[in-house]
Design a protein around this ligand. Structure first.
Ligand code: GLY
Ligand code: MN
Length: 459
């Protein structure tokens, strides 16, 4: 097999800048962001450069900005002071950094105000950088959803450029995905010896750290999977629990991955856990089978809803015609989120731009219970990376809500549901690259079939 050599980082970055220039014929300034204090100035949160900066500059710098115009890149960054070198070690010179990113020119940060006239930008996510941006541009920089003129055109252009990934990006996502697969294998292997969720989390994150990577988001490692973004790790593991782990690595370059698996602490699913696990897996597999260019992602979401509704009817939990149950959002009692999202430099790629990336022009969020949390509503294109992550949850806030109980009274067999009390939350999530022919599951080295998962836990 002959594999094409990857372009160099500088070539990849130049190509990205040229693509932006085709969409935006005005100057652009993007800020990297700056470290934020944790409790006093010298003790900061781990720093992560802005994804838009990383996409075009490729080097994770703090306190830097780039100006892009007609494919040219000008870097603005200061040389490290002797005090910074004392505490943080030597760092590359401005010229070396400029060379790494293929910059056409490089200046101290103090020169930036001479270069900001007529420049469009995107609002930084942290307040300090946003304040600096506004002061250097001499104008307010508002939310992208409300932006007008060149700022709005820039956001739209960046979505077009970042939506489908180039070979360099895919290579980095693959590396992050491979580390995440190993982290999940380690988490499964550690579970039977672990006393708490925290111990399994540690086993998983240590693999990511050992790869020289970081977590792409706060890990979810919980026996309370019904809390969708549970960030507590204190529960003791009990043999009849399911453990839900949503843990993904981010490469040093910033590219993300995002995997969820749910496994039995004992190494063996109970019959009720197994029924619902296999149902979520059927929804997951059905979506992946259908994922290809031209398919509407919203239809994949509705396919997952339909498979779940059919299975819940078969299990006697829902009553009625699956199609009609989905139209009435009855499936959302148990699957209240969307089937996934874009994946790239951000785990929810470009979500800092609101729904501009996730929703095709002219589309907006539905207020339907079963669609409101759908983060992606576009036709799939080759080069997009998305997650597929259906789930089943028993969320007390939904199932005990008097209004919902009344609305869905005739559609749910509550007594039958009570027999599945040992399932609080199941989610199965993989990272999927859309290809010209169909799709490739970038995280396929991590099994999802129940027996294979049980074998990895070790029953
Ligand atoms: N991995 C967390 C999420 O997709 O929201
Ligand atoms: Mn996800």
């Amino acid at each position: 097999m002959i594999t094409a050599a990857l372009p160099s980082l500088a070539q990849t970055l130049r190509h990205r800048r040229e693509r932006l220039a085709q969409q935006a014929d005005f100057p652009v300034v993007l800020w990297s962001g700056q470290p934020q204090s944790r409790n006093f100035p010298a003790n900061t949160h781990p720093f992560r450069s802005s994804s838009h900066f990383l996409y075009f500059a490729g080097v994770p710098l703090a306190n830097a900005a780039i100006r892009l115009e007609r494919g040219r890149l000008t870097l603005f960054v200061d040389e490290a002071t002797p005090a910074e070198a004392l505490w943080h070690g030597p760092s590359p010179s401005r010229e070396e950094l400029a060379q790494q990113m293929g910059a056409d020119a490089a200046y101290p940060l103090a020169d930036l105000p001479q270069w900001t006239a007529e420049a469009a930008t995107l609002p930084a996510m942290d307040a300090a950088t946003l304040a600096a941006q506004q002061s250097l541009l001499g104008r307010l920089v508002g939310l992208v959803a409300e932006a007008e003129g060149h700022d709005r055109q820039l956001a739209e252009a960046i979505v077009q450029v970042r939506l489908c990934h180039d070979a360099g990006a895919i290579d980095e996502i693959r590396a992050a995905a491979a580390a995440s697969v190993r982290a999940h294998q380690a988490g499964m292997a550690a579970t039977r010896q672990a006393a708490t969720e925290a111990e399994v989390r540690a086993a998983m994150e240590q693999v990511i750290m050992a790869h020289g990577m970081t977590c792409a988001y706060n890990s979810i490692v919980t026996t309370h999977g019904e809390v969708l973004h549970n960030e507590h790790y204190h529960h003791r593991l009990r043999p009849d629990d399911l453990l839900l782990a949503d843990v993904g690595a981010e490469a040093a370059s910033g590219w993300a991955s995002d995997i969820t698996r749910t496994w039995p602490v004992s190494g063996q699913f109970s019959p009720t856990q197994r029924d619902l696990y296999d149902l979520v897996l059927a929804a997951h597999d059905a979506c992946i089978t259908e994922a290809r260019p031209g398919v509407e992602y919203r239809d994949l979401h509705l396919l997952a809803c339909r498979v779940l509704a059919e299975g819940l009817v078969d299990l006697g939990i829902l009553k009625g015609q699956p199609g009609s149950l989905v139209e009435q959002d009855a499936h959302a009692l148990f699957f209240p989120h969307g089937v996934g999202h874009l994946l790239g430099l951000d785990v929810h790629d470009m979500e800092d731009l609101g729904d501009l990336a996730g929703y095709a022009p002219g589309r907006s969020r539905s207020d339907r219970f079963g669609l409101a949390f759908l983060r992606l509503d576009r036709p799939l294109q080759a080069g997009m990376a998305v997650t597929i992550e259906p789930g089943f949850y028993q969320v007390p806030g939904i199932l005990q809500d008097p209004a919902r109980r009344e609305r869905y009274q005739g559609m749910v067999n509550w007594e039958r549901l009570s027999q599945f009390a040992d399932v609080r939350g199941i989610r199965i999530e993989d990272d999927v690259l859309i290809t010209a022919e169909g799709c490739e599951v970038l995280t396929s080295n991590l099994p999802s079939a129940a027996e294979a998962v049980e074998a990895l836990v070790g029953g």
